[in-house]
Each structure stands twice: as structure tokens, then as C-alpha cells.
Design a protein around this ligand. Structure first.
Ligand code: P6P
Length: 339
């Protein structure tokens, strides 16, 4: 049996050594990690578990909801609402925020999540994930009910973020602002065991992730950035690049954290504000992880973690990964904050 430290031991030692991990935040992270184990179990059942297929209804994003979208959302709500560590939750699958019922104690944290990211992959047996982000309720929210406006904080204020990846292994990637750590689910004992960290994204990997079918929506700058890489050794960069696109942001981001490269989902240049990915519970947590791992994240012109959110479900262009690649893909160099 592996002797790698469990998540519980890692968090307790972080609390002891760094003295930066409040007990309530440790409880929150362990609760989310436990819920992700349950989600991963449901995902792995596939056709044997009545969890595949769609519900024939759309979510707030206007996307057809998969059964697992709703199952995972309910699992995260049920696991987190009674512990006393949260003031409220927000989810890609819910139009409005979810207040903690009055029968339970409330805490100072706000939890945001995309319960199943990449859900179009579920029915065809490909990797999906869960993304989460943790904020603190603003001091002015003390003594009153939390509102959606309390969630609209820049990504730089996150106190923790991470994802679970349901793939060949069930993995958890986590940062609390002091490095990025990977945990692998030890199914023999049902524990998350630390298998990598602190992670530093490998620099210089010649691999990009983008949905090429959206080329008509890109700015000339992004077109040139991609064309230079597609032209390979015969092109201006004098070297070949590889491309990957898994249809699951969690899977692509995990590959990039482990072996380098860059992930791009640019906003639609023809329609300002039209983009695919959501700022609060996809772009911001991934940008926090990337910067903690020595990478970078912008929306194509501005550092993602500096953006001031205007709405809970607002969408944003995304460029994440190797600092030099993100810099080259980003129009305004000033966006590359020194992390
Ligand atoms: P497309 C999944 O729906 C998602 O939000 C991300 O996980 C993924 O990277 C992207 O959308 C895929 O988008 O346009 O290629 O289907």
C-alpha cells in the first residue's frame, strides 16, 4: 500500500507549518474532496448506473443538462451545506446563488463550482472533471444574507481553488496560495494520496490546445499566433508544435500543468463579450492554479485574476499555461503580471 501522505495529513501539516490554513478552510477542502470522490464513483458507473444521457432541459447557460450535471451539483450542495463553513454556494448549473438553509450554521466562505466540466464527454467515455473556487464572504456581508454581488470578487482574492479529474486515474489538483499539489485517489482505502507537488509547469513545451473550428471567430493576433505554430519548422518559429483538444478544460489544463503547453479559448472577436468559458468557476480557478505553478492566465488582453466580475455567469476569453506562450498569445503585454 502506498505510503504517500493523505490529503488529511497534507492539510494538517500545511496548517501546522504554514499556519495559513484556517480549520474552517481545511474542513471545506476535505468536504469538497470527499464529494468529488462520490462524483467520480457515479461517473465511473457509466451505462451501468443510470447516470448517462440528458435530462431534456437546459441550464442557465442554455446548454442541455446531462443527468450527471444535476447529480454532481446535488452531491456538492448536500455535502457542503451543513458543515458550518460556508455562507453560500454558486454553481454553473444554478441561475442564482444557493444560500445555506437557516437550520444550519453559516461560515465565512463562498464556494463556486462547475460540477461536471466537459459533460459532452460523459456519454462517450472520455474524461470529465469538477472545478471549484473558494472566496471569503466580504466583511460587509456579516450579519446579513449573502447576495450575488458578494461573489463578484476578482480572481486574485481566491483563497483556494482546484479540480477533480475523472480519467484513467481519479485526481485532485489543489492550491491554497502556497503551491499546487496533486492527489490521486487510492481506491483500496478510499483516501486521496499526494502524488506530486509543489508543481511547476514545464516551460517551453511546444504543444497548444485550441478548437481550430472556431478560427473565423479569432482576432488577427490569435490567427497569427496559431499560424506561426501550425507552420512548424518551416515557419518563423523554426520548430514544430503539436496540438491537443480533449473537449474537457480540466483534462487539457491537467496535461498542461504536468507536461507544459498552452490552452486557448479566445472570445469571439466579432461579438464583444461573447465567449465560451465562465470567469468565476472555470477561468479564475484555473488561472489561480496556473500562476501558482509558474504559468500565466489572461483573457487575451488582461490578466484573468485582475478582472472585476460583473455577473455570476459571465463568460470570458481564456489563455492559460506556459508564461511565454500566454505572453505571445496575449495582445497587450502589460497583462502579464509578475506572479
Ligand atoms: P468546444 C466543456 O463544455 C467546456 O466548457 C470545456 O471543458 C472545454 O474546454 C470546452 O467547453 C469545449 O468547447 O467548443 O470545443 O465544445
Amino acid at each position: 500500500m502506498s505510503r504517500a501522505p493523505t490529503l488529511t495529513r497534507f492539510l494538517i501539516e500545511q496548517q501546522r507549518e504554514q499556519n495559513t490554513l484556517p480549520a474552517e478552510l481545511r474542513l471545506l477542502i476535505e468536504t469538497v474532496a470527499r464529494a468529488c470522490k462520490t462524483i467520480g464513483h457515479a461517473v465511473s458507473k457509466g451505462a451501468l448506473g443510470e447516470v448517462l444521457g440528458s435530462l431534456g432541459q437546459e441550464n442557465v447557460q442554455g446548454e442541455v443538462q446531462k443527468k450527471l450535471d444535476v447529480i454532481a451539483n446535488e452531491l456538492l450542495l448536500d455535502a457542503n451545506e451543513w458543515g458550518g463553513h460556508l455562507a453560500a454556494m454558486a454553481s454553473e448549473e444554478m441561475e442564482t446563488i444557493h444560500l445555506i438553509p437557516n437550520r444550519y450554521p453559516k461560515g465565512e466562505y463562498l464556494l463556486l463550482f462547475d460540477p461536471i466540466d466537459g459533460s459532452s464527454n460523459i456519454d462517450v467515455g472520455l474524461s470529465v472533471g469538477t472545478i471549484f473556487s473558494v472566496l471569503k464572504a466580504p466583511p460587509e456581508a456579516a450579519g446579513r444574507e449573502v447576495t450575488e454581488a458578494d461573489f463578484l470578487q476578482a480572481g486574485a482574492t481566491q483563497v483556494a481553488a482546484g479540480y477533480a479529474l475523472y480519467g484513467p486515474q481519479t485526481l485532485l489538483m489543489l492550491t491554497m496560495g502556497a503551491g499546487v499539489y496533486e492527489f490521486t485517489l487510492d481506491r483500496e482505502v478510499g483516501a486521496w494520496r499526494m502524488t506530486d507537488g509543489p508543481i511547476q509547469i514545464p516551460q517551453g513545451t511546444r504543444e497548444f490546445a485550441i478548437n481550430m473550428s472556431n478560427r473565423r471567430q479569432w482576432t488577427p493576433h490569435v490567427e497569427r499566433y496559431i499560424d506561426e505554430r501550425v507552420s512548424g519548422a518551416q515557419g518563423p518559429l523554426g520548430t514544430d508544435y503539436n496540438m491537443r483538444w480533449t473537449g474537457s478544460m480540466v483534462a487539457d489544463i491537467h496535461r498542461i500543468l504536468k507536461r507544459g503547453g498552452v490552452f486557448l479559448y479566445p472570445a469571439d472577436a466579432r461579438k464583444p463579450g461573447k465567449a465560451r468559458l465562465r470567469l468565476m468557476y472555470e477561468a479564475n480557478p484555473m488561472a489561480f492554479l496556473m500562476e501558482q505553478a509558474g504559468g500565466a492566465g489572461t483573457d487575451g488582453t488582461t490578466r484573468l485574476l485582475d478582472l472585476s466580475p460583473q455577473a455570476l455567469h459571465q463568460r470570458v476569453g481564456v489563455m492559460l499555461g506556459d508564461r511565454a506562450e500566454v505572453a505571445a498569445a496575449t495582445q497587450a503585454q502589460a497583462a502579464m503580471a509578475q506572479s
